[in-house]
Design a protein around this ligand. Structure first.
Ligand SMILES: Nc1ncnc2c1ncn2[C@@H]1O[C@H](COP(=O)(O)OP(=O)(O)O)[C@@H](O)[C@H]1O
Ligand SMILES: [Mg+2]
Length: 360
């Protein structure tokens, strides 16, 4: 008995993407179906290479196709293609070539926003995604230090009059810190910040980017508001520490994005618990679960928790983010979980994005 392509497609119609709640065929994720006698081969094109459900989806597909009577060998090629927030296509996107822009924000400074941004960018790049990292924190541009590119010279494409990002750990990096050589905090008003960053963003030769991570200035003031408006964001990741739960600073940040109709991709709780370097046990210094409860109460996804850990700090200070220099550590695993969650939420947000975003 020979099997037909239609049989394979029909079988795969019974497999749903758990996040997008639709079958893989309708989602156009099934490609290159080849039937050779009783043997079947096809590709599954996921919406992100960082998909945490890759193994589950592959298993579900294999099971579905196995149910076809007389089927022989099944070979599945798992691939990915990150789709753009702007449905018109990446050429028409506000930043041509940039598929999705993710802001990392916090209600206040010092919560580890830059540390999370850098590790998130590197973790996504490690999955094979094309990643950019924009340091828009004009008050404390620390990305060049964390990514170890402090002394890097940004290149200029003289013909196109564009900035060429510095590349490190597979991530294309630009920082407001590259422009303003002063280390002291600069007093910028909201509209000034927004104009400068917008101009800066447009003048960068990003090339093809799946995820552009933007480290926003902390807080919810005028500067943050105008900036969040100026960048066509796919969504925002809110970084908070356990203490912020009581102070409700994270709530303010979420409210700001909601006012701007920017989807909240989720909350990351940083310095969540103390990972003792000598005994390797976990100590909950602050009441544990605050970020999770806050996410539930605010009806936003919880993306995970990162321990308070001297190694994370030291590695960031040395310009070698934890996921790069200690990829097998539990700390790196925590960052990777967050990165997968962010990629997952971006895929969901892209699917929900109704109208093409336009740059204000
Ligand atoms: N999980 C963590 N464990 C230990 N130290 C951390 C952690 N996250 C951040 N830090 C440290 O806390 C300080 C502030 O972090 P940073 O990422 O610069 O915060 P922000 O960008 O929110 O101001 C830095 O010295 C950083 O190394
Ligand atoms: Mg910072």
């Amino acid at each position: 008995m020979t099997i037909t392509n239609e049989q394979v497609v029909e079988a795969l119609r019974t497999v749903n993407d758990p996040d997008l709640h639709k079958d893989l065929v309708s989602l156009r994720m099934i490609k290159d179906v080849v039937v050779d006698g009783s043997n079947v081969a096809f590709s599954v094109e996921l919406t992100t290479p960082a998909c945490p459900l890759k193994a589950k989806i592959e298993g579900d597909c294999r099971r579905a196709v196995s149910a076809i009577p007389g089927v022989g060998e099944i070979s599945i090629n798992m691939t990915s293609n990150v789709r753009a927030t702007d449905r018109r296509g990446i050429e028409q996107a506000p930043l041509p070539g940039v598929r999705n822009i993710v802001a990392v924000a916090s209600g206040k400074g010092g919560v580890g926003k830059s540390t999370v941004s850098a590790n998130l960018a590197c973790a996504l790049a490690q999955t094979g995604a094309r990643v950019g990292l924009m340091d828009a924190d004009i008050y404390g541009p620390s990305i060049p230090i964390i990514m170890g590119v402090e002394d890097a010279e940004v290149g200029i494409d003289q013909i196109k009059q564009q900035i060429i990002p510095v590349e490190r750990y597979g991530v294309k990096i630009v920082s407001m810190g590259f422009l303003q050589h002063a280390t002291a905090a600069v007093i910028w008003r909201g509209p000034m910040v927004s104009k400068a960053v917008q101009q800066f963003l447009r003048d960068v030769q990003w090339g093809e980017i799946d995820y552009l991570i933007v480290d926003l200035p902390p807080g919810t003031g005028d500067a943050q508001l105008t900036l969040a408006q100026a960048i066509p964001l796919t969504g925002a990741v809110i970084v908070m520490t356990p203490q912020d739960v009581a102070a409700s600073v994270a709530v303010k940040a979420i409210a700001m994005f909601r006012r701007l109709d920017v989807p909240i991709l989720g909350i990351v709780e940083n310095m969540s618990y103390f990972q003792c370097p000598t005994c390797n046990t976990r100590h909950d210094i602050f009441s544990h679960g605050g970020g999770h409860d806050a996410a539930d109460a605010l009806n936003v996804p919880f993306l995970g928790e990162i321990p308070l850990d001297a190694q994370i700090r030291a590695e960031a200070d040395e310009g070698t983010p934890t996921v790069v220099i200690s990829p097998d550590s539990p700390q790196a695993l925590a960052f990777r979980d967050v990165a997968e969650g962010v990629a997952q939420q971006v895929s969901i947000a892209v699917r929900k994005a109704p109208i093409p975003l336009a740059m204000a």
